[in-house]
Design a protein around this ligand. Structure first.
Ligand code: GLU
Length: 428
């Protein structure tokens, strides 16, 4: 799998706070602000349904290897489960539970009619051939067939998976159903029902969120500098769009390390270098910087766009940026959040900042269901409108209640899910 399709861990797995701990602490904080009772808290904290499967692979050399696969549907009160599929050696069920919970709040905060779900397979795609990855994907898909579908649970790419993976999932599901079901995945290639603008939607949304946060302080993107951690599907295009908007992108990194240049990096040249198979760190237009040093650079905007838990109490204390715009899911731990808030650093939280991906996934699903395709401009405009409306709603609650944007986004999302749950009532 080519490098640009991957964003693998920038930290050593196991050293950071567990994502599920962070996700549960965030929910507890929202539940406390909302004054919900313990019964409702438990309903919101507990996944509705989980599938834990063995995924055996026949390798190209004939040997057999076994992976674990998971699909967690955290909540389906507002609509079908929705969320990515992650391929990473360190994936475990608790990480998938956390990511599924974040999807629930994310879909609710930007008001797309979905619940939240996530999948994972314990495989490092860099170590396997394309045909092996295809077999793993098809076997995983057929194992979880009973719980997925365009009205049940819709998959999309995440770390370690891409458009091709979604085409295989869609094909496996369709062959088993006996007809083509394009709406079972999003983030597909255009030729099989993908949407224009989906591949870069998360990154566009991150840049819209950054622009909106800056605008509140009367600052424009072309007046600031930025550092981006992660150069995969989210970070690479976020760096490009920031660069195009006139932001001085002074540092970027991937899992092998990063580069910096106080004059600003030539982002298009860097993208070309990575597209040819190079690592960010061997690009010649800058000096080396580690992933940890990047977080502490003297920049205006920091975009963590790699993995969970990179901003903890210790790293958050070193952040010099005035704005942190979360491209990754769960990059900041609860302690990290507390430190950033105490230091007056504005955090545009993941469930808002990186929601552009699922917004355009929703557009893709709507288009697939109608078999009618929108133009790139329609998609770009509708994405921008939804990001702006969601940002304004979160920002208004944050100012009115004197709470962080994370808490504001969470209480909007959690409340929408709780209301859907309450109005539907408990069966039986
Ligand atoms: N993996 C993406 C996320 O975390 C995609 C979600 C989707 O489009 O379903 O938001």
């Amino acid at each position: 799998m080519p490098d640009e399709d991957r964003t693998t861990p920038a930290t050593t797995p196991g050293t950071a706070t567990a994502p599920l701990e962070t996700a549960q602490a965030q929910l507890s904080s929202a539940v406390e602000i909302l004054g919900y009772d313990e019964g409702l808290h438990q309903m919101l904290a507990t996944p509705r349904r989980e599938m834990n499967v063995a995924v055996p692979l026949r390798r190209d050399d004939g040997s057999i290897e076994l992976f674990r696969g998971y699909r967690v549907q955290h909540n389906i009160s507002r609509g079908p489960g929705k969320g990515g599929l992650r391929y990473s050696a360190g994936v475990d069920v608790d990480e998938v539970r956390a990511l599924a919970m974040w999807m629930t709040w994310k879909c609710a905060v930007v008001d797309v009619p979905y619940g939240g779900a996530k999948g994972g397979v314990t495989i490092d795609p860099a170590d396997y051939s394309t045909t092996e990855l295809e077999r793993v994907t098809r076997r995983y898909t057929s194992e979880i067939m009973p719980i997925i579908g365009p009205e049940r649970d819709i998959m999309a790419p995440d770390i370690g998976t891409n458009e091709q993976t979604m085409a295989w999932v869609m094909d496996t599901y369709s062959v088993n159903m006996g007809y083509t079901v394009t709406a079972v995945t999003t983030g597909k290639p255009l030729t099989v029902g993908g949407s224009l603008g989906r591949a870069t939607a998360t990154s566009r949304g991150v840049v819209h969120a950054a622009a909106a946060a800056l605008a509140e302080a009367g600052v424009r993107l072309d007046e600031v500098s930025a550092a981006v951690q992660g150069f995969g599907k989210v970070g690479s295009h976020a760096a490009r769009f920031l660069h195009e908007a006139g932001t001085k992108v002074v540092a970027v990194s991937d899992e092998h390390g990063g580069i910096q240049s106080s004059d600003g990096l030539d982002v298009p040249a860097l993208l070309a270098h990575v597209a040819e198979g190079g690592h960010v760190s061997d690009f010649e237009g800058g000096s080396p910087v580690s992933n940890s040093e990047l977080l502490a650079l003297d920049v205006d905007v920091l975009v963590p766009a790699a993995v969970e838990g990179v901003l903890d109490a210790e790293t958050a204390a070193r952040v010099k940026a005035r704005w942190v715009v979360e491209g990754a899911n769960g990059p900041t731990t609860t302690e990290g959040d507390r430190v950033l808030a105490e230091r007056g650093i504005v955090v545009v939280p993941d469930i808002l900042a990186n929601a552009g991906g699922v917004i355009v996934s929703y557009f893709e699903w709507v288009q697939a269901n109608q078999a009618y395709w929108w133009t790139e401009q329609e998609i770009a405009e509708r994405l921008e409108q939804r990001m702006a409306a969601s940002f304004n709603a979160v920002s208004t609650v944050s100012r009115r209640e004197q709470i962080t944007m994370r808490d504001a986004a969470l209480i909007i999302g959690v409340r929408r899910v709780a209301e859907a749950h309450q109005i539907r009532g408990l069966y039986p």
